[in-house]
Design a protein around this ligand. Structure first.
Ligand SMILES: NC(=O)c1ccc[n+]([C@@H]2O[C@H](COP(=O)([O-])OP(=O)(O)OC[C@H]3O[C@@H](n4cnc5c(N)ncnc54)[C@H](O)[C@@H]3O)[C@@H](O)[C@H]2O)c1
Length: 250
């Protein structure tokens, strides 16, 4: 029997690259998709049994080509990890329509488009979708009108997918990461934001790419065969807490 195949979007670095490595270590073949071609080619060299899909998920035509490529490489798909994402923090008044659309185009439209394109293949394999949202999609904060709203929509998209695709044996789940020191986060996290996260997170630290990849790999795996429509916050306890944690800690 041929190897199980996973497609990971945004796989050139950060959480996506860690996920590709983690799944590969479990014996999966990996389609690594990213619009940053140069970084993607370097990343593919780090992951055995992987192949590059240099496409932009916000463009429907490129998504179609990516899935045609995937079919010609392997002809099967067992898990889709919708990880590619962009962050843009700004006040509501300064979030013009173009900034709003840029965030939605990748985080929401791209996740929708890839999932739709993957569905026929996932029906054949009774495969899994894992969407990557964020704690910003579970709890609101300032400056995240576009990012937080896009991620809340990804959470609900996951529930829609679970409801509709369950009858084909396709599971759809979501991982909502807390802060991880990737390029995406470090571009928008000031020192004040970093300190505030440490204060508000019971585990008192950022997560690592590998810790998020573990949650994603679990939801892709047969060990999660009766789990669908769930949101797993891999967030050091951030979502669990309310006011007063730093004061109570000291
Ligand atoms: N890092 C964090 O603190 C954090 C927290 C919560 C959620 N997340 C989510 O985790 C996911 C991965 O984030 P990361 O921190 O690893 O970011 P990252 O910026 O390190 O990596 C994201 C990758 O996605 C690619 N990408 C972006 N838009 C794309 C598009 N339209 N088409 C194809 N590729 C595209 C980028 O080129 C990049 O390689 C994102 O969805 C992000 O919103 C991250």
């Amino acid at each position: 029997m041929s190897k199980k195949v996973a497609l990971v979007t945004g796989a050139a670095r950060g959480i996506g690259l860690a996920t590709a490595k983690r799944l590969q270590s479990d014996g999966w073949a990996i389609g690594m998709l990213d619009r940053d071609r140069e970084a993607l080619m370097a990343a593919v060299r780090e992951v055995e049994d992987s192949f590059a899909l240099p496409y932009d998920i916000s463009d429907p035509e490129q998504v179609t080509r990516a899935f045609a490529d995937l079919r010609s490489h392997h002809g099967r798909l067992d898990a889709l990890v919708n990880n590619a994402g962009v962050a843009d923090f700004g006040p509501i008044a300064e979030t013009d329509f173009q900034r709003w659309r840029e965030v939605m185009a990748t985080n929401l439209d791209g996740t929708f488009l890839c999932s739709q394109a993957a569905t026929p293949l996932l029906k054949s394999s009774q495969g899994a979708i894992v969407n990557i949202a964020s704690i910003s999609g579970l709890r609101a904060s300032t400056l995240r009108v576009a990012y937080g709203t896009s991620k809340a929509a990804v959470v609900h998209l996951t529930l829609q997918q679970a409801a509709e695709l369950g009858e084909y044996g396709i599971r759809a789940n979501c991982v909502a990461p807390g802060p991880v020191r990737t390029k995406l986060a470090m571009a928008v996290h000031t020192q004040d934001i970093i300190d505030a996260y440490h204060d508000a997170i019971p585990l008192n630290r950022y997560g690592s790419e590998g810790e998020i990849a573990e949650a994603i790999a679990f939801l892709c795996s047969p060990q999660a065969s009766y789990i669908t429509g769930q949101v797993l916050a891999a967030d050091g306890g951030f979502q669990a807490t309310g006011v007063g944690l730093p004061a109570l800690r000291s």
